[in-house]
Design a protein around this ligand. Sequence first.
Ligand code: AGP
Length: 590
Amino acid sequence: MCGITGYVGTGRASRYVFEGLKKLEYRGYDSCGIAAIDGRIRVKKATGMIDEIEERINLSELPGCIAIGHTRWATHGGVTVENAHPHLDCSGTIAIVHNGIISNYKELRKELEKKHRFTSDTDTEVLVHLIEENYKQNLEEAVINALKKINGTYALLVISSEEPDRIIVARKESPLLIGLGDGGNFVGSDVSAFLAHSRKAIPLDDDEYAVITGNSVEVKSIITGKKLDKDILEIELTEKAAMKEGYPYFMIKEIHEQPSTITSAQNIYPEEIHAVAEAMQKAEKIYLAGAGTSLHACEVAEYWFSKIAGELVVAVDSSELENRAVVDNKTLVIGVTQSGETYDTLSAMRFAKKKGAEIGVIVNVIGSTATRFAEYVIMQSSGMEVSVAATKTYTSQLSVLFRLAIELAKLEGKDIKVIEEEFDSILDKVRQVLSIEEEIKGKADSFFNVSNYLFIGKGINTPTAEEAALKLKEITYLHAEGMSAGLLKHGTISLIDENMATVAFLPSDIENRAKMLSNIQEVSARDGRVLIISQGKVDEDEVISLPDTSELLSPFIFSPVFQLIAYYVAVKLGRNVDKPRALAKSVTVE
Ligand code: AGP
């Protein structure tokens, strides 16, 4: 986790870096800091979210044309000013910001403490003292020699007042991109850090480092020291994507963007979808690997591959793939990851690659790590998602996965015309759901007044129930569980009382509707309150009625409802909707 950014050029560096940190705050937001050079290194850091600490980090006290900054999600050491980055060496002439984990920091620290003065509990601080230890006259050499002594993962930026024209940056398993600007160059954990000033980026790969000055960028291999020719990525994203445009929170803006993001997914070139479907047809075993919301998209897709294409495709929690899957050179593993940086999903993909499997990825963030080592890449093109809670990228992942199931079914000669046509018109139904926002808000106000919730669904809406529970939990901090309605009676039903309410997703399909209604009766019979989110009318007290679709497409209809419920409950409880406590948008640690 954590976001890092830097600038070197002719402009006021600390201002560019502060702007960049605001964009990267979704990666962690418990503290932040900046180091700038103007004759000497000056550092400002504070705990709290960046908007709250703007005054305390007085940028007028950070002059100079070179600066680095960091926004933190604590791993080693508590949330304190001392543990916030940047960290300095003993002489105060070298500063570092780091995203990643130095796994052998304890041994290194023990040794370094004999000569160096430590001021934090972080793993990162060992690095800056190691660089100090190796520094003769050349910062680049000192950084590379220090990196050879550490184990772990890093994206790091280093500056020194002895060489105030350059930033040394390096990467291993944590994202880092260089932004090429006029009059100066940038670096950031993702392109949003410099998008306002540069649309040309050089993504670093693992084991690469770069020396960046105001008018040059030299990328080299950490292992061989050889200079590398890197492609320049032209970024098409507009900066508008990172603005709220009149909405109070990014989450609600992003919920409303779904008609357009589903359209983008529907417009992905058929050739890209076809190539992956062909790889699926060839493979003997297929796994979809994701985490959190992306895992739920994989689980929904498992039903599509089975019901539409007649193929067994297994959805796996990416952190468990290595423990659970049977992977060989006849296997295809498709990572599903909005950020393209989730540690668990990248590890699963790397593990599968080592075993000889083919690797695909469905991903949103341009230039992210996942896009750089998968054989098949489908960009979902949902635009930047800022809110920590994934909403538009979920229904976009669903759209891509649905198209894959359809394509695979076609390759296998199945007649899927009816469902394919229905998917083409799903947008109207999604718009209809968004148009009853006020009614949904009313239910969020009236029904959600206890502290425990069960979400239940059947078949393809079992993952819908799981995702609804996740959404509510992560932004309201209320307790929720999602499961199949059938599972309820095997234990969980004993929890139902006046403090445990149930939300049921009721599809139009007669068979599963009847089964769900009978499970709902079992809850009511135990005096449990139930809110029914139903396709079509139902004769019960607490109901939100939605347009009909075939059951296979119902996750598209239910999703905006539970997203809006979670959003309005969080607003009612006064939560920080876009930045819930203890979370970060990209989970880049194990
Ligand atoms: C979603 O609301 C969560 N914030 C989280 O579960 C997220 O989906 C998960 O961390 C996976 O992220 P990814 O899609 O970027 O890999």
